[in-house]
Design a protein around this ligand. Structure first.
Ligand code: 3HC
Length: 272
């Protein structure tokens, strides 16, 4: 989701330092940003000049120290506590003392991540939705120690990005994934138990409930590995076996069927 977040920040006039571990990841992210800016130009949402200016505001780097000039960091790494904890310790070391450290986590505790830093009052959740340039929502999540000034700044930043911030409390999965992931998980159970095919499950939601995509198409879009990771965070954080990931979902991830990004999930996709 990092490329989508960089896209909306640059489009809104912010200077963006886009950091990733490897040049190849950056090249892929930039190619996606350029493709999506071109799509917005084609739909007359942006002029070519605005798209070029937005692209020009993004500086890619594999050097963490380049983040030293940032006033806000928005981390969007893998949904594992250990990975994010290491990044937060580094952000705390590198960024100026008054900078805000935000995480695009989809389920991990903000309060717990904040303990990895010496500035827990400046740590906050800023949860975007895919495709980031299109979806209106940002869930803004306060940790126990998040200050009002940090909350107000991130609320205002979300609006500057053209999004609608919604405040939620720091509980596993927040609101979005607490409700969405059990729906997806239950849809996988319906397939595993032979209640219906994946296509039929999706049709029920598209035609019967006017969802833009059925839950299994959406799972492929999000990534089945991400869905399993989030279910595990829910199971750990909420302490109920009802949040255990469906065995079929786990088996598909074990097989490398991660959804759209791997070419196969509940459906097959051409790899670009
Ligand atoms: N960048 C910029 N614009 C994009 C885009 C992108 N990546 N993808 C689509 N668009 C634009 C299109 O240009 C089009 O614009 P228009 O309305 O002005 O013509 C509009 O979005 C709709 O796109 P399409 O016509 O190509 O396709 P669809 O009508 O099928 O819509 C969709 C695609 C927006 C993805 C729609 O299917 C949808 O809303 N799906 C549900 C998405 C969803 O639920 N996301 C949340 C996932 S959960 C999450 O992210 C949280 C995490 O923690 C797991």
């Amino acid at each position: 989701m990092g490329n989508g977040i960089a896209h909306v920040c640059a489009r809104a006039g912010c200077e963006v330092v886009l950091y990733d571990l490897e040049q190849g990841f950056l090249d892929r992210g930039l190619a996606t940003i350029e493709k999506n800016l071109a799509r917005e130009v084609a739909k007359n949402k942006l002029t070519q000049q605005q798209a070029d200016e937005a692209r020009g505001r993004i500086t890619p780097t594999v050097d963490r120290e380049a983040l030293a000039r940032c006033g806000v960091a928005i981390e969007a790494a893998t949904e594992r506590f250990a990975v994010k904890a290491e990044i937060f310790r580094e952000l705390d070391r590198i960024l100026p003392g008054d900078a805000i450290l935000a995480t695009n986590t989809s389920s991990i505790s903000i309060t717990k991540l904040a303990t990895q830093t010496k500035r827990p009052e400046q740590v906050i959740g800023m949860h975007f939705f895919n495709p980031v340039p299109v979806m209106q929502l940002v869930e803004v999540i306060r940790g126990l120690q998040t200050s009002q000034a940090t909350f107000d700044a991130v609320h205002a930043l979300s609006k500057q990005l053209g999004k609608t911030p919604v405040e939620v409390n720091d509980a596993a999965g927040f609101v979005s994934n607490r409700v969405l992931m059990p729906l997806i998980n239950e849809a996988v159970y319906a397939v595993m138990e032979g209640v219906a095919t994946a296509e039929a499950v999706d049709q029920v939601f598209v035609l019967g409930m006017a969802h833009p995509m059925g839950p299994l198409t959406l799972a492929d879009f999000i990534g089945l590995d991400v869905c399993v990771d989030i279910m595990r965070v829910l199971a750990d954080g909420l302490g109920s076996p009802k949040y255990n990931p469906c065995p079929l979902l786990v088996r598909m991830v074990d097989a490398g069927w991660l959804g759209r990004k791997s070419g196969r999930g509940f459906y097959r996709y051409p790899l670009q």
